[in-house]
Design a protein around this ligand. Structure first.
Ligand code: SAM
Length: 414
């Protein structure tokens, strides 16, 4: 954002009663734009107040031409409705009431949805193939049997591709149903990249708790950046009624820690997100090992002669045909072999100076995946050793089901 765009934005905020006595100033910071304390601020101090009339949310959609063009916008998914509002307001240029806000929005973030194919390949190695490994799994010690453990070493890569496919399919339908039939609202044509930009803005700027119908872009408050050093639970914001009868809603942001004048105000975006999720949503990762993750998919092969029974058992244990365990600390060396670098090489690379941010994210995520896999491998080794000593629950279950004869032979009926 240019200096004059920033000045326009500050003026716009002030003229709409946003701010809070100028305690937090929108400014250029290493993370792009951010909020800088104009004076010493104690923990819990309100630093930004944004009246509802400035929010880009479902009500703003309903009151807009988009809303009029599609029956209040109620039939659209909330994020699609707000994305269309964003794009149509951008198309209005200086006529938009949000123009000064739209002018300071970044053209991109480092979210993996904006990466080139080449950049995405850095997350993985040469082998992007999904692997299936037979393993013995034990749930609640009540059921043990062979499942296929699928290890796609390309987690973030495949999630990113999946998200882009989803955005593409939403784009195709709004293109056909709304954009192409309302040329006046979208005078220049809207491309998939425009729509993806709007999706990326929502994904990176909407406060996580503002989901579904509550989804809203809150100008000004959405300039606050994330710091790994802020670990306080609970959100740093609330929605308050303002005015005599509390009718005008206000989004109110507080600083979770003391901030010295001139320093940046930060919040914690989400303690539960893995580095892969942070990379996808916001375009950054943390070095915190608890953010490392690897999702393991367990599935029962349909060609398994006991498919139906195993499925029944799995379901009785609260698992469907395919069970996902985030960061489940399980298996596997062969998945590790799919990465074209070792953890040590990644660590060496990430220590280098002037590393491109996207490469740093890719290295952070893949090193994290590998660390989880190694840890899982250790747990599995231990589990294997225990297995010998365990009573064979599988056998007992199968006996109960009449699938194993008393002498322990499995009965096949084909
Ligand atoms: N910096 C944003 C801007 O320029 O408009 C305002 C914050 S916005 C809610 C979230 C985005 O800010 C993220 O997608 C990322 O691009 C950036 N960001 C926030 N915290 C960050 C951090 N700790 N490290 C790197 N980038 C960060």
């Amino acid at each position: 954002a240019t200096v004059s765009a920033m000045e326009d934005f500050r003026r716009w905020l002030a003229s709409h009663g946003a701010g809070d006595g100028g305690k937090a100033i929108p400014a250029a910071v290493p993370e792009g734009l951010g909020l800088v304390a104009a004076r010493d601020l104690p923990r819990g101090e309100v630093v930004a107040e944004v009246p509802k009339k400035l929010w880009m949310d479902a009500d703003a959609v309903a009151a807009s031409d988009i809303g009029r063009a599609c029956g209040g916008g109620g039939g659209l998914r909330p994020w699609v409705a707000v994305a269309l509002l964003l794009l149509s307001e951008v198309a209005r240029g200086a006529d938009s009431p949000w123009a000064p806000y739209l002018a300071i929005l970044p053209r991109q973030t480092d979210s993996t949805i904006f990466w080139s194919e080449e950049e995405l390949l850095e997350i993985q190695g040469q082998c992007a193939m999904q692997k299936f490994l037979p393993v013995v799994v034990c749930w609640d010690l009540s059921v043990t049997f062979m499942l296929l453990l699928s290890l796609a070493g390309t987690q973030l890569l495949s999630t990113t591709v999946g998200v882009k496919e989803y955005v593409q399919s939403e784009f195709d339908s709004v293109q056909a149903e709304i954009i192409s039939t309302n040329k006046d609202l979208f005078p220049g044509s809207i491309t998939f990249d425009d729509f993806l930009w709007a999706f990326g803005m929502l994904r990176s700027r909407v406060f996580p708790e503002l989901r579904g119908d509550k989804l809203a872009l809150i100008p000004f408050a959405d300039l606050v950046n994330h710091s790994p050093n802020i670990t306080s639970e609970g959100s740093s914001w609330e929605i308050k009624g303002k005015g005599l009868f509390g009718r005008e809603l206000m989004f109110s942001l507080r600083t979770p820690v003391n901030v010295k004048s001139g320093q940046q105000i930060y919040i914690q975006y989400d303690l539960d997100k893995s580095n892969a999720e942070l990379a996808l949503d916001y375009g950054f990762v943390e070095s915190n090992p608890s953010r490392d993750s690897f999702t393991v998919t367990l599935e029962i092969s349909e060609s398994d002669p006991f498919y139906g029974d195993k499925l029944d058992i799995a379901e009785a244990n609260g698992l469907g045909e395919t069970a996902y365990f985030d960061a489940m600390r399980d298996a596997c060396k062969s998945a590790l072999a799919d990465y074209h670098t070792t953890i040590e090489e990644d660590e060496e690379l990430s220590g280098r100076e002037n590393l491109q941010p996207r490469l740093a994210i890719a290295i952070g995520v893949r090193a994290g995946e590998k660390k989880v896999l190694q840890h899982i491998d250790g747990i599995f080794k231990q589990r294997e050793e225990e297995l010998d000593g365990l009573e064979y629950y599988q056998e007992r279950r199968l006996k109960d089901l009449g699938l194993v004869s008393d002498n322990g032979e499995i009965i096949f009926w084909e």
